[in-house]
Ligand binder design. Structure first.
Ligand code: TYD
Ligand code: MG
Length: 454
């Protein structure tokens, strides 16, 4: 049977069962038109013809002040959050187990609480006594943070509703259990349901919520990946187990720049902020040695100098090794191919190892030239001139392309006592006082000048 047609007045929105020349409700002439269903198909499968309520629409212009933010006083954390904690925001802190998520959040909770934010820390992994012992070890036992050890989300939400905190930390989302979902804690459906409940609670009640999520190396197991799109901010806590440096990286932030990093050092007394990461990453660098190149990089809004180390050795294998730590392995393959095809320097039959010192991860294409320089320096067994920094993107043609924030890169290099910068010619930024800029058009010119004819 054909669906009964609906008619609606375009002036006042009144609906009628048949067409008329004048609207009964508002008296407007020629305003009634036939109304099409909202979507095709049966209403059990699609939205169909049934109308919903009208959503209030507003203009883009607004006088609303930006949300007031609360600073923790830990600069490295505040910067990664985009300049402090935004009220009613939902934040996910992901990272490998044991990397220091609980430690940094307990320290942050203590700081926020001391700054007047009512803070509740719910641990689903450790008993309250364990958390208290850690707080004592970190020297935080007097901070006005309220602790709870619970995994039942219904109880947690009820408690939060009664206590009305301004910040709630849930450690971890994988241990939360929602009683309406029929699967084990840590399963994707439990994690998703718990995160949904908590983020919508944050918005409704004006509570900032920080969720801890464990990720495995490949980000697989019931990972917080399913949670990423529900929250406002996603921070990843990275670091190599053997190194004491930890990097808190914003990968998504609705209230600030993404790609911002905060650098910490894990010590016996918890995580200490590292105010000058360049100095730290370069601290163990000795005399210039073959294969070592300093790259002037940008992380978010901050310049960071890191050292690339390369080792090139004859390979005993039929398939030479390509091993990379802290940089993208397909990008390395690309640079090796460009060196071979455009400059005529082959790496066939040679094992190539590339490492970023200090456990830092670099993802900028601006590091291309530094990687190429490290590879060539290792292959030719010739160190780069002393006190030189390198940056620039390499295109497949072998040309050097300019990169962003050149001035910041140069300033940081100059500040740390470097005297020469090797960079693309296209970069028009004026050289910083005290720094000599060596500019090249393409890889061939660079290789010819620095390493002789190759
Ligand atoms: P933790 O915060 O429990 O990790 P996560 O919550 O990410 O699983 O950190 C555990 C590691 O940190 C553990 O190996 C010990 C180390 N640690 C220190 O080195 N110093 C400290 O003061 C603390 C509290 C932990
Ligand atoms: Mg933990």
């Amino acid at each position: 049977m054909a669906k009964k047609l609906q008619y609606v007045c375009n002036a006042c929105g009144a609906s009628a069962s048949k067409w008329a020349g004048q609207c009964d409700s508002c008296g407007e002439w020629n305003s009634i038109t036939e109304e099409k269903p909202l979507s095709e198909g049966s209403s059990s499968k699609s939205i169909g013809a049934k109308r919903g309520g009208h959503v209030d629409l507003t203009d883009l212009s607004t006088d609303e002040a930006p949300p007031p933010r609360t600073m923790s006083g830990m600069d490295e954390l505040d910067r990664v959050l985009g300049g402090g904690l935004v009220p009613s925001s939902a934040i996910l802190v992901g990272g490998d187990p044991g990397i220091g998520k609980s430690t940094v959040l307990l320290q942050a909770a203590a700081q926020f609480a001391s700054n007047g934010l009512k803070t509740i820390y719910i641990s689903g992994e450790e008993a309250s006594a364990q958390v208290r012992m850690r707080a004592q070890r970190l020297g935080l036992k007097d901070a006005p943070v309220k602790l709870g050890a619970e995994t039942n989300l219904r109880d947690i939400l009820t408690t939060l509703e009664a206590e009305k905190p301004q910040l709630a930390i849930i450690d971890s989302i994988q241990t939360m259990w929602v009683d309406t979902v029929d699967s084990a804690p840590g399963s994707v459906s439990q994690v998703r349901a718990a995160a949904h409940e908590l983020t919508s609670f944050a918005k409704r009640k004006g509570v900032s919520v920080i969720l801890v999520g464990h990720v495995t190396k490949d980000g697989q197991i019931a990972g917080p990946r399913v949670v990423e799109h529900m929250v406002d901010t996603v921070l990843y806590f990275e670091g190599e187990r053997g190194h004491q440096f930890r990097i808190l990286r914003a990968v998504k932030n609705r209230f600030g720049p993404a790609d911002e990093i905060g650098v910490f050092e894990m010590t016996g007394a918890g995580l200490q902020e590292v105010k000058n990461p360049s100095a730290l990453f370069l601290s163990e660098r000795g005399e210039p040695s073959p294969g070592s190149v300093v790259f002037s990089g940008i992380e978010g809004t901050r310049p960071v100098l890191v050292e690339f180390q390369a080792l090139v050795a004859p390979s005993p294998h039929s398939q030479p090794r390509r091993t990379v730590v802290g940089w993208d392995s397909s990008r390395l393959a690309m640079i090796l191919a460009v060196l071979e095809a455009r400059v005529g320097i082959p790496f066939a039959g040679l094992d190539v190892y590339l490492n970023v010192a200090g456990g830092m991860k670099v993802s900028e294409p601006a590091a291309d030239l530094a990687v190429a320089a490290a590879l060539l320096s290792a292959r030719e067994d010739a160190a780069l001139p002393k006190d030189t920094v390198v940056f620039g993107e390499i295109s497949l043609s072998g040309a050097l392309r300019s990169v962003s924030q050149t001035e910041n890169r140069l300033k940081e290099a100059q500040k740390l006592g470097f005297s020469t910068a090797i960079m693309p010619k296209g970069d028009k930024a004026p050289a910083t006082a005290g720094l000599t800029a060596k500019r090249y058009d393409d890889l061939t010119a660079f290789v010819g000048d620095i390493f002789g004819a190759g």
